[in-house]
Design a protein around this ligand. Sequence first.
Ligand code: C5P
Length: 285
Amino acid sequence: MSGVTVKARAKLNLSLDVLGKRVDGFHDLRMVMQSCSLADEVTVEPAAPGDYLAQTNRSYIPTGDRNVAVKAARAYYAALGREGGAHIKITKRIPVCAGLGGGSSDAAAVLRALNELEHGALDEAALHSAALAAGSDVPFCLMGGTALAEGRGEILTPLPPLPETQVVICMPSFNCSTPELFARIDARKSRCRPDTAGLVAAIEAGDVMGAARRLYNVFEDALDRRAALAVSSLKLCLLDNGALGAAMSGSGSAVFGLFPDAESARRARDAARSLAREVFIAKTD
Ligand code: C5P
C-alpha cells in the first residue's frame, strides 16, 4: 500500500498565560493559538505490527519512541484497539525546540494520515484523545486555524480565523528548556498577564491591529538574561521595521511579528537576519 502525505503547519502563540500548577504536574494554561503556513511535510506508510520508525532530514532528531510522531502512531493504534505499525518520513522546515509546535504538528499529521489509511476508523473525539496522549499541543495542531486553548492546551474553543496576515518568524541561536521555564514561572509571585479577553474580542471583530497590540507571552518574563536580551532585540527589530506586534511563541525561543503587508514583512526579514540563526516569512493559515 502506498503512503499518505500531510502538511504539518507550525503554531504561533498569540498569547500564553500560565494559570497554575496542577496535581498531575502539568500546568493549566490559557493561550490563543494560530496556525501558520510554515510547515513540515509528513508521509506515513503502513508497516508490520510493532514496527514504528520516524525518519527526518535532521540527524539529531530521534527516530524511535522518543519522537512524538511515533508516540502519536502508537496512540492511534492503541485507540483503534489493534496492533499496527508505521514508517514515517518527515521533511522538517519548522525549527526544532522553537515553541512553534513542530513536533506536535508532525504528530497531528501522523494521526490524520493514519486515519486516512484506516478509512476514517477513528472519529474526531477519539483522534483528539490520541492527540492528547501524544502531547499537550497536539490537539490544537490537529484542529489548526485560530483557537483559544485551555487546560493542558486540549480544551479548544475555535475562534473566527484571523484575516490572512503576514508573519515573520525569527529563530535565535539558542533553545529554551520548557520544564525550566515552567519551574521559574512557579517560583514567581506576581507577573503581568496577557489581555486574553481583549485579544479574543479583537479576533472576533476581525481586528488584526487590535490583536497584534495584545500579543503577550508570560514565558518572556521567565527567560534568563541572555535569552531575554536576544528576544527583546528581535522584537524591537521587528517593531522598528513595521510589525503591528511581536512576541515569543510558546516556550521559545522563536520570536514572531505580524505585518500589515508583504513589503514590510520582507524588510523586517532582511533586518532581522543579522540577529537570528534563521528567519522565515509565512502567513496565518
Ligand atoms: O505535553 P508535552 O509533552 O508537550 O509537555 C512537555 C512538558 O511541558 C511537560 O512534561 C511539562 O513539564 C510541561 N507542560 C506543563 N503543562 C502543560 C503543558 C506542558 O507543565 N499544560
